[in-house]
Design a protein around this ligand. Structure first.
Ligand code: TYD
Ligand code: MG
Length: 466
């Protein structure tokens, strides 16, 4: 037998580019000091390396099929499994698609293992077989957690293994409908000599799991850790490879967890699921709008309500602003949950068009509940909160503010006003401040009749009417 040859290459830990020699700056992605020397056993350098041939890896192509003529090529062929967790099903785009490859990212301790273990229990209730591989915890640790979460079903098998070859052996033997691997940074492919978690390891392990998912029609869920700066540890190639990237977030101080879609080949990439971590695992939060408003204070000075639209889900949230005269010549601008540039822009517009002088004031803006809002349609709500704190005048408790503000002080139309209004009406809101340009496109005119609706063309209209 020929002896395996070792090959040394230099791999960028940021983008995964391979180079024959070391470079200080990766010529592919431009990052500095990311190129690291890695050693391969010859033949394992690409996906599904030639070592260890498997029954499900066939080397001949199935050939091409004509779209539209071949009746077997339709959407219904791709089965979906329901996870028993409504929030997760919705974030996945309506259940876990057969042969899909899903990456779940999140900070350590946020609850990724808990979520997928609960998902395993839910899938089993729906008759699906699940194999849960933990490369981080022992079988006993995983089993005791599963028992605590009330999962005692023969349809869920657990194993503690970090060698990819053995993991695939187990999966081939057990033939699950869903394979869970926890986590991509701790498993290793024996042919690749670099340490677990390195780009080559992560890429090779993910490549093998992807091939397994596609060839055996098994759905594979892979857990990944994120780095301190909030990026998924490992190369971008991992995100390109998978069908769906979910991110599990939450701040350490609160029990609430947000599950976001960052990419989804089988559904909307803007979905949001809300969970609460309890002593008995993660619980779905059915009405998050209520949750984000429940601690709203009685003092409504500087507090406005906005309805964001995360994917298909409207979500009410409170925007708070506080301005006070500054003790320094460079007043502070602090923002939590909203891009600071947006705040600078809005204060400039308020100054120029309404004469609100904030140049000697510190200004703090906060989205309550740890939410982050990227939509420009939040502008009117921020402006209303700033006007309220500046004038020390409370806003009405049942008023909702929607609209984008331009540099000339104009208020621009927003998307899907009806969905947002209906959500707010469920919680007793009766006054709606809306962009005038949305008026003629309203499909459900009864919404306008039932409520007190103020249409605004400019921020002067907003200032006059609040
Ligand atoms: P875990 O799922 O291990 O996080 P990750 O896999 O993302 O690292 O969850 C860890 C935290 O969750 C841990 O600090 C304890 C807490 N937890 C609960 O509060 N209740 C529970 O029922 C479980 C299982 C965990
Ligand atoms: Mg874990």
């Amino acid at each position: 037998m020929a002896k395996a040859k070792n090959k040394t290459i230099f791999v960028c830990q940021s983008c995964g580019a391979q180079r024959p020699r070391w470079e200080g700056r990766c010529s592919e992605c431009g990052e500095w000091n990311t190129i690291v020397e890695e050693t391969f056993t010859d033949g394992s350098g690409g996906f599904g390396g030639k070592s260890n041939p498997r029954s499900w890896v066939n080397t001949s192509s199935a050939g091409a099929q004509v779209l539209g003529l071949d009746k077997s090529l339709n959407e219904s062929r791709m089965g979906r499994s329901f996870t028993g967790i409504g929030e997760l099903d919705r974030v996945l785009g309506g259940g876990l698609a057969e042969s899909s490859f899903v990456l779940l990212g999140g900070a350590p301790g946020i609850g990724k293992s808990t979520l997928l273990l609960q998902m395993a229990g839910g899938l089993a209730k729906n008759g699906k077989k699940v194999l849960y591989i933990s490369a981080e915890e022992s079988i006993n640790q995983t089993a005791s957690r599963a028992h605590r979460l009330g999962i005692k079903t023969p349809l869920v098998e657990i194993a503690s293994e970090s060698n990819m070859t053995l993991i695939l052996d187990l999966a081939e033997k057990s033939k699950p409908d869903v394979l869970i691997v926890d986590s991509v940074q701790t498993v290793f492919v024996p042919d690749v000599t670099s340490a677990p978690g390195s780009v080559s390891q992560v890429r090779e392990a993910a490549g093998q799991l992807m091939t397994f998912a596609k060839k055996t029609k098994t759905a594979v869920m892979l857990i990944g850790h994120i780095t301190k700066d909030g990026n998924l540890a490992g190369p971008k190639v991992l995100e390109h490879m998978v069908d769906c990237v979910l991110s599990f977030e939450g701040d350490g101080s609160s029990h609430y967890r947000l599950l976001r879609t960052l990419k989804n080949r089988f559904g909307s990439a803007l979905e949001l699921g809300v969970f609460e971590m309890s002593g008995l695992g993660l619980k779905e939060v059915m009405n998050p709008s209520e949750l984000f408003l429940q601690e709203r204070s009685q003092n409504r000075v500087g507090s406005s309500i906005f309805c964001s639209l995360e994917g298909t889900r409207p979500l009410l949230c409170e925007i708070q602003a506080l301005s006070l005269s500054s003790s320094t010549s460079f007043p502070r601008r602090t923002s939590v949950g909203i891009d600071l540039n947006r705040i600078h822009l809005l204060t400039a517009v308020l100054d120029r068009h309404l004469g609100v002088k904030l140049s000697f004031n510190d200004l703090y803006v906060n989205v309550v509940g740890g939410l982050k809002i990227d939509e420009p349609s939040v502008d009117v709500a921020i402006a209303a909160a700033i006007l309220s704190t500046d004038a020390n005048k409370p806003l009405d408790a049942d008023a909702l503010f929607l609209g984008e503000i331009g540099l000339t002080g104009e208020i621009r139309a927003i998307s899907f006003p009806e969905i947002r209004i209906k959500e707010a009406m469920k919680l007793g809101f009766k006054q709606f401040y809306l962009p005038a340009y949305n008026q003629k496109h309203f499909e459900d005119q009864s919404l306008l009749q039932k409520n007190h609706v103020v249409f605004m063309k400019s921020i002067q209209d907003l200032a006059r009417k609040i």
